[in-house]
Design a protein around this ligand. Sequence first.
Ligand code: PMP
Length: 423
Amino acid sequence: MENATLWSRRESAIPRGLGMMHQVFAARAENAEIWDVEGRRFLDFAAGIAVTNTGHNHPAVKAAVLAQLDNFSHVCAQVTPYESYVRLAERLNAAAPGTTPKKTIFLTTGAEAVENAIKIARAATGRPGIIAFGGGFHGRTMMGMALTGKVAPYKTGFGPFPGDIHHVPFPAPYLGISEAESLLALERLFKVDIDASRVAAMIIEPVQGEGGFYAASPAFMRALRDICDQNGMLLIVDEIQSGFARTGAMFATDHAGIEPDLMTVAKAMAGGFPISGVIGKADIMDAANPGGLGGTYGGSPLGCAAGLAVLDTIEAEGLCERANEIGDRIVRRCEAIRQADKGLGDVRTVGAMSAVEFVIDGDATRPDPARTARIVGEARRNGLLLLSCGVRGNVVRFLPPLTIPFGQLEEGLAIFEAATKSA
Ligand code: PMP
């Protein structure tokens, strides 16, 4: 089988609306390596978009899922529940930031977790309004799109969206947006757009993922916590991309030392098995009436088994500490490249949520998405799978599994460095 043949079959069988970043069809994967259908090896700096933090086919995750498969694969938690659902909820309740008693519901995808967080926030407050941030990404369902702060390609042609969603700028000093400006925009919003007393919640990614790996500072997160408390709004933190050790802490919110009212989780929580969740303060989580929440596949037994093994692995392999070491190595290498490359405008990381931004002549206001795409392509030709992101399409994000051997990390960074030189 060849990639080119499969790609032409893909073109006639699958709609173009489903973007596919690499014309590389996977055959097999192990930890941080993927082999394609032609037998070529690639280093994986994408981790299935921040999902395989524990690597492809981690032995503990695989064993847990295989053991579960021997028992049953689906009975539906809403029909006959199972202990692993309860246990995973208990463990996440204990791991979530803050000391208020928590409850957790499991769903299937990130977008579905976001949908449910909004439902719960509205049920708990009796208010309609939701505030989200420019550049944010919250999924491709109707509410997910409405909350997402980027029009093309996510919203183009798909409206109308649910109403009463309001966006304010996300603080990103590199883009010229200060924290003070964001806070002022919130204040203005309450004057010109929606009374604060009608806002159910604000939702924020502590480190924007698709938007470009811009981090909200701990001080900014604390300021939002205060504004929510003063106005009876809930703070929803979307940890779908930043959670599960990626940022050097179990959750990125831990760096801010605040307690969210609700938190959405997915992706890395089960190392590749489709499960997501909403973790929140118990009284808020109980606001929705029995039967109001759920879904056929929510909290699949395979996802719960994998999720428990992922939590064990993060602890056993010290993946938070490892994330910091990985981020340090990425930053060191990229800062060295930047010395001689004016087009590498910014290098940033929180733990191992690392990214570089390509601009023209070191000018932050002149993004260079064309060079970014060339670098991603050149890296792929040399055996490294990278992902770009950012509202301006000029950011390369590094998302290797947190279990990657350091030798392979350096090997991948060398391929990236060579790609920046030739593209
Ligand atoms: N929120 C964030 C922060 C995300 O990064 C994503 C996925 N990239 C989503 C929500 C949506 O998750 P899913 O694709 O599983 O629906």
